[in-house]
Ligand binder design. Structure first.
Ligand code: TRP
Length: 332
């Protein structure tokens, strides 16, 4: 018997993944896959809730995201990678859960509220978007996930999931569904190259895992640093400086990094030198990833086969859960 705890995460496929994804989740997944029964979901149905008019983008991004996963070392032998839209049990569970959630509760979900503002939906919020927390509860509970590693912006999703789990188990009088616990990564988010709080595709301030050397060079050399560090001899600010935040995340030589920080803070260390060092560090980090990606890119059919294989394994699990759910709901 497999006694491993279940862990589940997911990404909306709306573009390639960037360094922020790596520190926020991909690195963790590579670590967790030995210890846990890990599911990673490419949430294409959820992507449609705010990208309904861009089906080609989503389709293209599914392969892109798969390549990102495989090239950073998420191993399909250890991790079940699945495509959400091919698990019909998820929308079915969603329909049942929707009756356990009030409209008012959905309107006040902080993540949803914040995203509505960010995406500038105004009065035209798609109904599918409003209910995506319920669909995400179905993602999580279909696999009886014990743990869900997410950025702190997704915490309200886990809360809402657990409310559904408790209500379901109470009303139908059986412990069918399992409560999930959020795991928040150490570095929850990486700033953008523009110094913005979050690296994101929408803000156009991201370094992608699939960027080539030239692109990375341009991005790193144009990075925001400390705007008051005008002359090399001036003391510079390390705290909140994206170049040093990235070095903290990716430079394995912490001793040398501490020396650089001290030097920068004291004055006499120029931004260009720091950026060149960061460039080397990122190149060293990305080179093996890039090589692995090249191998997988040669055979996209194989990559999609891996996804289909994971999906069919996942469907068996979801189907068992759905049977149990329908059973206690007297739907047979
Ligand atoms: N909402 C998540 C995001 O935007 C993606 C996601 C979909 C997810 N289903 C999930 C995350 C289930 C964790 C668990 O990043």
């Amino acid at each position: 018997m497999n006694q491993k705890k279940v862990i589940l995460t997911g990404d909306r496929p709306t573009g390639p993944l960037h360094l922020g994804h790596f520190v926020g989740s991909l690195a963790n997944r590579v670590k967790m896959q030995d210890e846990y029964n890990q599911f990673v979901m490419i949430a294409d149905m959820q992507a449609l809730t705010d990208h309904a008019s861009k089906p080609e983008l989503i389709q293209k991004s599914i392969l892109e995201v798969m390549l990102d996963y495989l090239s950073v070392g998420i191993d399909p032998k250890k991790t079940t990678i699945l495509l959400q839209s091919l698990i019909p049990q998820i929308p079915e569970l969603t329909m049942y859960y929707l009756n356990l959630v009030t409209w008012n509760r959905l309107k006040h979900n902080p993540t949803v509220k914040q995203e509505i503002k960010q995406k500038n939906f105004q009065d035209s919020v798609p109904a599918g978007f409003m209910i995506y927390p319920v669909s995400q509860a179905a993602d999580i509970t279909a696999f009886k996930a014990n743990f869900v590693p997410v950025g702190d912006d997704q915490l309200p999703m886990i809360e809402q999931t657990n409310e559904i789990v408790r209500k379901f188990n109470r009303i139908y009088n059986k412990e069918v569904l399992v409560e999930a616990e959020a795991i928040i990564p150490e570095i929850a988010r990486l700033p953008g190259i523009d110094g913005g709080a979050k690296m994101s595709k929408t803000l156009n301030n991201a370094i992608y895992l699939s960027d080539d050397m030239d692109k990375i060079k341009k991005k790193v050399m144009s990075m925001y640093t400390d705007p008051t560090h005008l002359r090399v001899e001036d003391p510079g600010k390390v705290e909140g400086n994206p170049v040093f935040i990235y070095l903290d995340a990716f430079d394995p030589d912490k001793e040398n990094l501490q020396k650089m920080k001290d030097h920068y803070a004291k004055g006499g260390l120029g931004d260009v030198i720091c950026k060149k060092h960061l460039l080397e560090v990122l190149e060293a980090f990305l080179t093996p990833i890039r090589e692995k990606r090249k191998q997988y890119e040669k055979d996209p059919k194989h990559v999609l086969d891996l996804l289909m294989k994971g999906t069919s394994e996942a469907e068996k699990v979801a189907s068992t859960t759905l049977k149990q759910v329908k059973d206690v709901m007297h739907l047979y």
